[in-house]
Design a protein around this ligand. Sequence first.
Ligand code: XMP
Length: 320
Amino acid sequence: DWSMAAYRAETIAKIRAQVGTGRVICGLSGGVDSAVAAVLIHEAIGDQLTCVFVDHGLMRMNEAEEVVRLFRDSYNIPLVHVEAEELFLTELGKCGADPEAKRKTIGRLFIEVFDEEARKLGGADFLAQGTLYPDVIESVSFSGGPSVTIKSHHNVGGLPERMKMKLVEPLRELFKDEVRVLGRELGLPEAFVGRHPFPGPGLAIRCPGEITKEKLDILRKADAIYLEEIRKAGLYDVIWQAFAVLLPVRTVGVMGDHRTYDHVLALRAVTSVDGMTADFYPYDMAFLGRTATRIINEVKGINRVVYDVTSKPPGTIEWE
Ligand code: XMP
């Protein structure tokens, strides 16, 4: 892509001019945006960049290992992998079911852990973030004027003031589809570049109610099966985002000659251009039936599956 090659060269020059000989820290979330930002910055300034991956235990199946492997082994980018699952789950366990309390706790812990790692690395002059254009607009319109904050986003704001670092945000002018083109341009594997967006607070906001490790493990298994079925049906790239939500509701079911009393799982899939508006994906019923059967048969703790047919607006993509 010609224009993206030009953007890449231009942005690399800008990063070099901005950073000079300074040190940069980049938080990796496991998502496409922070990965593309990190690879671009690494191309610009090499080992002046260190990446920090705070593993909050709220990632999907195998996701943390994939991120570490990609960065450390394929790209040779210095990476600090912080295993903070226990801390996050302990603190989340104290917040109860309130979605904003969960988001704020995750945001606060993320800053604390990141801060400590930055200090251990001897500090840095710049903080790199994979902020996109829609993140900029959504956070401005959410916090500007008398309008209400719909959800506190955890990748914009907070960190920089407290850490006295300047921001490097090389994707600030791009939309998601453009970030993907740039990622391909940078040689990131297709399987990574084509990934659905994943929110910073991770599975915590896909587990309404109180968070426990047990619930997260159930959700991870169900989510992996759902995504596998989507890939098998050739639908992954048609859908903007698809995921499972483990509901804090139990219903009665029957398995063989036993009565069961287990969780309900909701499946979500939407099409979208930038995440700001979205339509639910019109699966055929055979797909939904097949997926529900597999999940109920293979995941202990779930005995009912429902499909979310809400678009955005009025719904949001995530449930919390
Ligand atoms: P909603 O649920 O607001 O989500 O319709 C729009 C898009 O943003 C993602 N999302 C987040 N991403 N930190 C992120 O990095 C967050 O706190 C966050 N909350 C929602 C969501 O997955 C969807 O792609």
